[in-house]
Design a protein around this ligand. Structure first.
Ligand SMILES: Nc1ncnc2c1ncn2[C@@H]1O[C@H](COP(=O)(O)OP(=O)(O)OP(=O)(O)O)[C@@H](O)[C@H]1O
Ligand SMILES: [Mg+2]
Length: 463
């Protein structure tokens, strides 16, 4: 017979850690974190409501504010347990882990655990980073407080069914911070808080400009790239209905650390040069990819306004610099002439002529699932990455913007994962004499290559 026979039923709970004696007064570090906040961040921070709903534009400082709030709560509540929650565990790690480690004052830190993405402070309080993709896995704790970052992308039941009950016994606070993503449970809750219908809630809205962290010229550049609707959502923090339009979602972007040397099984250059006949020059988008174990790593990108001759010269110099083993060229407009020319000279790499049947939207739709599944990785911190990502986000949303880089990306993804309405013909296997060409590189970091001038500034300031 079980020794538990006759005992009362129950569930295994994560018992609150008993408070440890605090050797240090944390008030000064707490105050200095608070004083680092910008005026609009402080406006949210200072509000007395238990539940706060903040909708703000890109780069407002949402994640920074989330982490500062969690740290200050933790310093004020010895033994407390706090969660940072966002849509997925992968996002939590990518968005917040470095910030949490950097912002935790050294004198307040007891231990950090890379495996479970948590820090413990000297007063026994703990902060965990969590993903809400499986809300049930968040159950079973008594929480002292939580911040939900990019809340519009988090499933409602993570809040209503799991986090809210977990806060009940300590009557803990919860903050919801996000860029908007159309109408959803977050916008309902925000409006209830703003109208006073939710007596425990306060609502806030700030644009990127009001956040004060992004220069006006940058914001204007984003307006041009994103088009009016996406710009209103991402920078204006407005609720815009983009359903059925946008193909890529920001939370699908995954990142790798570009400073770690990698060994590539394949190196691919993807060229979108669809300037029309009769036009001397237009934007040419080129992306370079390393492929390894079923994942694609974006290594570099060039977006330059050049003509036919210069495009050929750029491709040749990319070959010298990167020693790519596959070259994809979109077989449309001027791409066909480029293919004809390169056919004669391709050595040491295979040249593929890619025909995007069904157009760029169809190809974007075919490439999107590979992004969603995390098989396509972008280099963390690359200065040119914003251009690539904003073009991907604009695909389908606007017709008139630049999309050369997005086309180059979706072409490469459809080629590697063999998806999509794209006919590819191998023009040449190019296994001719290649004595004059470098050996294919196996270890690359985008930064040296980038600094070597691959994506040097162009007259229009795109790169
Ligand atoms: N009060 C602050 N003091 C110093 N740096 C800050 C502050 N607020 C934000 N930052 C910095 O500004 C940058 C953008 O902040 P953060 O990542 O928090 O913005 P975000 O709104 O979460 O952006 P995204 O829309 O990309 O998620 C980061 O480098 C962050 O460290
Ligand atoms: Mg953020």
């Amino acid at each position: 017979m079980s020794i538990l026979w006759g005992r009362e039923g129950g569930s295994v709970l994560d018992f609150p850690t008993p408070p440890k004696p605090t050797p240090l007064d944390l008030a000064p570090v707490n105050a200095s974190l608070y004083s680092s906040l910008s005026d609009p961040q402080r406006e949210v921070f200072d509000d007395a409501a238990r539940f706060k709903f903040l909708m703000a534009g890109r780069r407002f400082g949402k994640t920074y504010l989330s982490i500062v709030r969690l740290l200050t709560w933790a310093m004020e509540k010895p033994g407390g347990l706090f969660y940072y929650v966002t849509a997925t565990y992968r996002m939590a790690k990518q968005i917040a882990w470095v910030d949490l480690k950097q912002l935790t004052p050294r004198e307040a830190l007891a231990t950090k655990n890379e495996g479970e993405l948590s820090v413990e402070l000297v007063n026994g309080a703990r902060i965990f980073l969590k993903g809400a993709e499986d809300p049930d896995r968040l159950r079973g704790v008594s929480l002292s407080g939580c911040v939900v970052d990019e809340a519009a992308y988090v499933r409602q039941e993570a809040w209503t069914m799991v986090l809210r009950p977990a806060l009940s016994d300590q009557r803990g606070p919860a903050w919801f911070i996000t860029t908007p993503a159309g109408e959803n449970w977050f916008t309902d809750a925000l409006r209830e808080a703003e109208s006073g219908e939710d007596p425990e809630g306060s609502g806030f809205r700030f644009t990127t400009e009001q956040g004060g962290r992004v220069a006006g010229a940058e914001i204007e550049a984003a307006r041009r790239t994103l088009g009016p609707d996406l710009f209103r959502q991402e920078y204006g923090a407005e609720i815009v209905d983009l359903r059925g339009a946008a193909i890529f979602r920001r939370e699908w972007f995954s990142y790798y650390d570009p400073t770690t040397p990698q060994r590539w099984e394949r190196l691919i250059a993807s060229v979108d040069a669809n300037f029309k006949e009769g036009k001397n020059s237009d934007f040419v988008g080129i992306t370079i990819w390393g492929v390894q174990a079923r994942s694609m790593f974006l290594l570099s990108a060039a977006n330059q306004k050049i003509g036919f001759v210069d495009t050929l010269a750029l491709i040749r110099s990319l070959r010298e610099r990167w020693a790519f083993t596959e070259l994809l060229v979109e077989d449309r407009a001027n791409g066909s002439a480029i293919i004809d020319q390169l056919k004669r000279e391709a050595r040491g790499y295979s040249l593929f002529s890619c025909n995007p049947e069904g157009g760029k939207i169809a190809r974007g739709n075919a490439a999107a699932p590979s992004y969603e599944q995390g098989r396509v990785l972008h280099p963390q911190g690359a200065p040119w990455l914003r251009q690539v990502e904003e073009q991907l986000l604009s695909l389908g949303v606007r017709e008139d913007g630049h999309d050369d880089l997005a086309d180059s990306v979706t072409q490469a993804v459809c080629h590697v994962y063999k998806t999509g309405p794209m006919t590819i013909s191998t023009v040449t296997w190019g296994h001719g004499a290649s004595d004059d060409l470098p050996e294919p590189s196996t270890t690359l970091g985008w930064s040296e290559r980038h600094l070597a001038g691959l994506a040097g500034p162009d007259p229009d300031g795109l790169f």
